[in-house]
Design a binder for this molecule. Structure first.
Ligand code: UVW
Length: 319
């Protein structure tokens, strides 16, 4: 990785700070007005639903960003506790029940990043002090996003299929031209305030070939790469949110800037764009390829985790 600093890379990048007031912590989701929800509803034709969330807590592990651990799920109470006499119901009657607990990273599955999840120059989205993250996000937690909800017109951009491949390679880049060519080939219009879902096929490598193949010698996901025109496009198109089937929603180390995750800085921190990461898009993609319809109502509902840096989610695409 080069010595280039993200502050230098993003010196002239567009910003939405102040656009919705100095206290705003909702960011580009403010673009999702009632009119945008209705535009999403108009994309529904059949009522077919596709859930985009990953399974959580499989014995074989879950795909996570390096340094995070997979979910740990255990039974606090099950039939065994009743059989062994370790647990007695507070009152008679014969009813028994099961309870369980999960320990997991909030970013350890299909999820939304809170706007304060990443920062540079000690400032979060809208200029809030990064010190407010200490001991729980005092600013830009997942709560304002969860209060708003993420509902609008979603558009699948199946870049893997567009390139005639099952999945992109490690570190393979996607540019703005690629996104536009993909939409053209699919015959779908990308409109202002849409929620693009970009399919690389990458996450399926974890399930098909296992951890070693997925992480490789160096963790380097394929994805959209930083460029001034891509960042301008998100700004001009007023993109409220976008999703992918990778862990970090962008090429891990940008070919263009040679820095780690510069789009987290340019889009999430500077523009307040909501990142919906680690989706499973294959079933939706197969259906879109079959009927040629690539738009749908997208519904993402992060949880209201107090001070949370993000939230697990099971987004739904409705065609
Ligand atoms: C980081 O930003 C490190 O992770 P995520 O992929 O959760 O955004």
């Amino acid at each position: 990785m080069s010595e280039r600093d993200i502050t230098e890379v993003l010196a002239d990048a567009p910003s939405n700070w102040g656009k919705w007031g100095d206290d705003d912590e909702t960011g580009a989701l403010n673009y999702l007005t009632e009119a945008e929800v209705l535009r999403g509803v108009q994309a529904v034709e059949h009522g077919r639903t596709f859930t985009l969330g990953l399974p959580i807590g499989r014995r074989e592990g879950d795909p996570v960003w390096p340094g995070r651990s997979a979910a740990d799920h255990y039974m606090e109470l099950d039939k065994g506790h009743f059989e062994s006499g370790k647990f007695e119901m507070p009152a008679a009657g014969g009813l028994e029940y099961a309870d369980d607990v999960i320990y997991m990273f909030l970013q350890g599955t299909t999820q939304f990043d809170a706007l304060g999840h990443v920062w540079y120059d000690d400032q979060l989205y809208n200029g809030f002090d990064a010190g407010t993250t200490k001991g729980g996000m005092g600013r830009c937690s997942i709560e304002p996003m969860a209060d708003h909800g993420v509902v609008g017109r979603g558009v699948l951009l199946d870049v893997a299929r567009h390139r005639g491949r099952e999945r992109l390679d490690r570190g393979e880049r996607i540019t703005l031209d690629d996104l536009e060519a993909c939409a053209d080939e699919q015959g779908v219009d990308l409109r202002p305030r849409d929620i693009p879902l970009i399919r690389t096929g990458w996450i399926e490598l974890f399930y098909e070939e296992g951890e070693e193949a997925f992480y490789g010698d160096e963790f380097d996901e394929p994805g959209i790469t930083y460029s001034d025109d891509l960042v301008e496009w998100f700004h001009e198109m007023e993109i409220p949110a976008f999703g992918t089937d990778t862990i970090a929603n962008e090429q891990t180390v940008s070919d263009e800037t040679e820095t780690l995750l510069p789009l987290h800085g340019a889009l999430l921190r500077d523009q307040g764009v909501a990142f919906n990461e680690i989706n499973r898009l294959d079933e939706l993609a197969d259906d879109c390829a079959e009927d040629g319809k690539y738009d749908f109502l997208y519904v993402g509902s992060p949880l209201k985790i107090v001070g949370g840096t993000g939230s697990p989610v099971n987004p739904i695409a409705i065609k």
